[in-house]
Design a binder for this molecule. Structure first.
Ligand code: NAD
Length: 412
């Protein structure tokens, strides 16, 4: 089963529970618009290399399309279509006035010089410029893209339009119109989801333990803020393997160690080295997969000891694993709810750009908390009402948000 087929399973279950017009699912299963572009780059060695880029605008029913741009050798149209579909659902669950989109370039950026990367980035924006803009489609960073790449994109788009256009893209540096609180936003939303999930079972954060897979942006910030919320972090992992400490880890200190050791956490003093598999299977209250897709499958789902899985990554759990976890009483807080904190603060960045008025970090954190708690409550109550998993409930919430505007617009 490919990622797109996998992404449709909870949507179909949600549709059956709701008895909605099948047109609602059919509309968001098909992107409104996709674009494939070729970008020629004169390389440092004098040859011309052609790169392929994609943008899939899944939906603009609730607002401008919104979603990141990734640079990776495995990017494909199928992948950006699936990720764009998830963005539509994620924005709808978070209650944001956005549709969904995703884009990418087939490239391993580590193999390019800074000059080549800048030319490629500007070339991609030149090609997709006719379909993006602050009222049409608002990109953001994703895998292997960062604030520097967003700055080149904003500069190129501003030149094409002949005007200063910070609101066409989010994830920018503060001096380029970025928002305070954006770097930690996804991890902060994961932390709020963890605390709210524990609350549903009356568990105090101080009585809970946690393992986090992945120690990049989402994993490290999730670990730090979950630690601040009072849980004991006992296991962490990254691409170089895992570390375990029953007495608890201080993720701030682990991050300092990683910064001095090529970004990797292996060898952190006072810990036992463990495999990534063991981190997923750790005897903890909460597991946060925050690295990659397809990590919890039918092969390891029955070995998961955590009572809660809070998905920091997109698509870490397969549908067959979901069935096993549900049978075992594990609450899975799905990606389209749990990692929505990032796009929520991207929305705040866009609002600040449109208003040309900037908020304090406290404002951002307070407003993000309110959005996340409301979204969690909505999904949790829906799961109780329909007697379904949190994942299916999140799709019910998304479909509900989309169905009425579809009807009023005359699409159904
Ligand atoms: P990142 O590149 O900053 O970090 C990825 C981390 O995963 C790194 O620590 C890496 O070492 C680790 N990793 C890679 N392979 C691994 C493996 N086999 N086992 C264990 N760890 C491994 O990426 P990120 O921005 O933190 O994104 C992580 C996930 O969260 C992705 O699925 C992404 O789509 C999703 N996500 C990110 C954001 C965001 O704001 N950054 C928002 C929503 C969802």
């Amino acid at each position: 089963m490919d990622l797109f087929e996998m992404s449709q399973i909870p949507l179909e279950i949600a549709m059956k529970k709701m008895k909605l017009d099948p047109g609602v699912a059919a509309i968001i299963e098909h992107p409104e618009r996709t674009l494939e572009v070729s970008i020629p780059v004169k390389m440092d060695n004098g040859t011309v290399q052609i790169f392929t880029g994609y943008r899939s605008q899944n939906s603009t029913i609730l607002g401008p399309a919104k979603g990141g741009i990734r640079y990776h050798q495995n990017v494909s149209m199928d992948e950006v279509k699936t990720l764009g579909f998830w963005m539509t659902c994620k924005c709808a669950v978070a209650g944001l006035p956005y549709g969904g989109a995703k884009g990418g370039i087939v490239v391993d950026p580590a193999k390019l010089s800074q000059r080549e990367l800048e030319i490629l980035t500007r070339g991609f924006i030149d090609k997709i410029a006719p379909i993006i803009g602050e009222k049409m489609d608002v990109p953001a960073p994703d895998v292997n893209t960062n604030a520097q790449i967003m700055a080149w994109m904003m500069d190129e788009f501003s030149k094409i339009k002949g005007e200063y256009t910070p609101g066409f893209i989010t994830g920018k540096a503060i001096c380029m119109g970025g928002s305070l609180g954006r770097t930690s936003a996804t991890g902060r939303g994961v932390m709020t989801s963890v605390v709210e999930a524990l609350r549903t079972k009356g568990i105090k954060p101080e009585d809970a333990t946690c393992a986090v897979q992945g120690f990049g942006n989402v994993g490290s910030w999730s670990a730090k803020l979950i630690h601040d919320a009072g849980l004991k972090i006992v296991a962490l992992s990254d691409v170089g393997g895992g570390i375990y400490c029953e007495e608890g880890l201080d993720p701030y200190k682990v991050a300092e160690y990683a910064a001095k050791h090529k970004g990797l956490i292996a060898g952190y003093p006072g810990t036992k080295a463990v495999t990534n598999e063991k981190v997923l299977e750790a005897d903890v209250t909460v597991l946060v997969p925050a690295a990659l897709e397809l990590q919890i499958t039918q092969n390891n789902a029955s070995k998961i000891k955590a009572k809660f899985i809070v998905e920091g990554a997109n698509g870490p759990t397969t549908p067959d694993a979901d069935v096993i976890l549900e049978k075992n009483g594990v609450m899975v807080v799905p990606d389209i709810l749990a990692n929505g904190g990032g796009v929520t603060v991207s929305y705040f960045e866009w609002v600040q750009n449109l208003e040309r008025y900037f908020w304090t970090e406290e404002d951002v954190i307070e407003k993000q908390h309110a959005f996340m708690v409301k979204a969690f409550k909505n999904v949790y109550e829906t799961s109780q009402k329909y007697n379904v998993s949190m994942r299916v409930a999140a799709y019910i919430v998304a479909l509900n948000a989309l169905a009425e505007p579809m009807k009023l617009r005359g699409m159904l």
